[in-house]
Write a protein that binds this ligand. Structure first.
Ligand code: ADP
Length: 303
């Protein structure tokens, strides 16, 4: 099973012609309100790609929290370890421009209130083949507790350090898979990875040499770059699609990659699967609602 310990949000999405500059007001073309949060998005992506998924995290006691909980249950995600906090769900204010680029302001809400005590159920969820999937949208002490607990119990850890934070070096050898986009990779490694193949390799290699076992850098329309402990590399191109909305591209990639891994596919195939799933997701509007299921990904790969 895949245990996602992370954020759940309600997203308020405003589609605009271009993002407002500081001091500028722009009109939206249309708006939508929908479930999001990197934790929940990745959980849904993994579930839709066929994995058993448990969501661990915090919601509030407001109607949006009830909607998000019902949504996750509807996908078949195990929600029995989610805790309910006083106050409201985390929210995200997202603008998406005509080219599909997004910019996001987060309010942690219940996600920010998650505590280590709320995570004491974690070891009871572990199975020998479990993978714990983490992002950076819950308090850092929770993330650190999960990494250390999983490591002690021999459970794999996949970390998507988003939004980017500096990761204490002693934790890096406890991480099995780290998945970063270009911005996160630049922040975490100090290497500017944009536009330069050798910089991408250098960033991945610096994480591998610090003890991370497998690194995936997602490079948007340029695809992804994978490196393992022996510094073997796999380049996976992105599929060419008409971009509608890139929200949750990375989340779809990560969840579907891990689900493919759980099925025992070879790494190349897992990366291709993730590339297809995320290409489908960017070709339509929405975050969670744009994530394809296994049947659709399989059909896309055959076409
Ligand atoms: P994030 O959403 O975290 O910024 P990326 O932009 O790197 O992540 O996208 C994650 C993955 O989604 C990429 O590695 C690629 O496989 C796929 N993807 C992203 N943008 C596109 C695109 N324009 N066309 C096709 N696939 C894309």
């Amino acid at each position: 099973n895949i245990i996602t310990v992370g954020s759940m949000n309600m997203d308020f999405v405003y589609y605009v012609r271009s993002h407002p500059l500081p001091g500028e007001t722009v009109h939206s073309v249309r708006t939508e309100t929908k479930s999001g949060g990197k934790g929940a998005n990745q959980a849904v992506a993994a579930k839709l790609s066929g994995a058993n998924v448990t969501m661990v995290g915090a919601l509030g006691k407001d109607p949006y929290s009830e909607d998000v909980l019902a949504g996750l249950r509807g996908y078949g995600v195990d929600t029995s370890s989610i805790v309910l906090k006083k106050g409201t769900i985390g929210t995200a204010f997202i603008t998406v421009d005509e080219s599909g680029q997004n910019s996001i302001v987060l309010n942690g809400g219940a996600n920010a209130l998650l505590t280590v005590q709320d995570l004491e159920c974690l070891p009871s969820l572990f199975e020998p083949s479990s993978v714990v999937l983490l992002q950076n949208e819950i308090p850092w002490d929770c993330t650190q507790y999960v990494i250390e607990t999983a490591y002690r119990r021999g459970v794999s850890v996949c970390l998507n350090p988003a939004p980017a934070l500096t990761i204490p070096p002693h934790l890096l050898p406890l991480i099995d898979i780290m998945v970063l986009n270009e911005t996160e990779a630049a922040w975490v490694t100090g290497v500017k990875v944009e536009h330069d193949e050798s910089a991408v390799r250098q960033a991945a290699s610096s994480l591998i040499r610090s003890g991370v076992k497998e690194v995936i850098l997602t490079l948007g329309a340029k695809g992804s770059f994978y490196m393992n402990e022996r510094e073997e590399v796999i380049h996976t191109p992105a599929f060419k699609v008409n971009v509608e909305d890139t929200t949750a591209a990375g989340d779809t990639f990560i969840g579907s990659f891990l689900a493919a891994r759980q099925k025992g596919l070879r790494t190349e195939s897992c990366l291709r699967w993730a590339s297809a799933a995320s290409a489908i997701a960017v070709s339509r509007a929405g975050a969670q609602s744009s994530i394809p299921d296994a049947e659709e990904v399989a059909a896309f790969l055959k076409s």
